[in-house]
Design a binder for this molecule. Structure first.
Ligand SMILES: C[S@@+](CC[C@H](N)C(=O)[O-])C[C@H]1O[C@@H](n2cnc3c(N)ncnc32)[C@H](O)[C@@H]1O
Length: 270
């Protein structure tokens, strides 16, 4: 049941961020993977494009999906998400339909396409948008947090990107080149296995540095976006609310308290 009563359409339009956070906080933790301030940052970042009917992509669905859907419901546009967890897509579709979709009178199936598969698959991953003659304006990268995967997804995005686009990244301070040892160790702990030590060759520069370097070599105009997250994450109650779970994540290296400033980073290109 996600059809809680909130404000009417008129008031939602006046303060969409408040409504976004209301719906986000209805989500269970497994689908609520980003801080509130990051979710609002995604929504606000989309407004920078200043273009009607954007095409939005994401890899790794969850609370971010709500931000992108709310944007489309209010201002037009379509969105595509890749996530290997098909149940997440089905769950989010029902939440969106009962909450944002109901109040804003927007059919989720007309706006959102969920592809329950690997984002970089050559036959059904991001690049298939080319076969549909679709160019994308935005991508939020939040699937498997290794540099290899992020750069692979970014290169797939480039095959279908508009001339001007925005890229946004979760866990942009991560430095895991090939293998996400933190995630693997989290799962190993559940099996009672000993933790693996990360070899030094697996450590890259932070993703936000690697990505900026990559973009600046290829494009003339690359600008880091001054995002809402950085100005607000310190007072974000998400961190306190999930503090028990986050204590464990810090121990595994899945989250690094001191580096949180670069948990979210976004660039505008073109
Ligand atoms: C951190 S969660 C996403 C959180 C979400 N963006 C949010 O705002 O709550 C990562 C998701 O990426 C998915 N995933 C991992 N590797 C993937 C891949 N290669 N292709 C598509 N999805 C993937 C997982 O199934 C998982 O649901």
């Amino acid at each position: 049941m996600y059809d809680f009563n909130f404000e009417n359409k008129k008031n939602i339009k006046k303060n969409p961020e408040k409504f976004l956070i209301f719906v986000k906080r209805l989500l269970p933790r497994w689908a609520n993977g980003i801080p509130d301030s990051e979710c609002v940052a995604i929504f606000k970042t989309l407004k920078i494009m200043n273009k009607k009917k954007l095409t939005l992509l994401e890899t790794g669905s969850g609370a971010s999906t709500l931000a992108m859907f709310l944007y489309c419901a209010l201002y037009g546009g379509k969105m595509y998400s890749w996530d290997t967890n098909a149940s997440k897509g089905s769950f989010l579709r029902s939440v969106i339909s009962e909450s944002i979709g109901r109040i804003l009178d927007t059919d989720v199936n007309r706006v959102w396409t969920f592809i329950p598969f690997n984002s970089t698959d050559p036959n059904i991953g991001i690049r298939v948008l080319k076969e549909l003659n679709i160019k994308a304006d935005f991508c939020f990268f939040d699937s498997w947090h290794t540099l290899d995967q992020v750069l692979l997804e970014l290169k797939e995005f480039e095959t279908i990107a508009s001339s001007k686009f925005i890229l946004a990244f979760d866990d942009a301070y991560y430095t895991k080149r090939r293998i996400n040892y933190s995630y693997i160790n989290m799962l190993r702990t559940k099996l009672g296995l000993k933790l693996l030590k990360e070899p030094s060759y697996n450590i890259s520069k932070p993703f936000y540095v690697e990505i900026e370097n990559y973009l600046k070599l290829k494009y003339k105009k690359v600008k880091k976006i001054k995002d809402y997250y950085k100005q607000n994450y310190k007072k974000d109650i998400f961190f306190e609310y999930f503090s028990s779970d986050r204590k464990f994540m810090n121990k595994m290296g899945m989250e690094e308290k001191k580096k949180l400033k670069h948990r979210f980073d976004a660039f505008i290109v073109g």
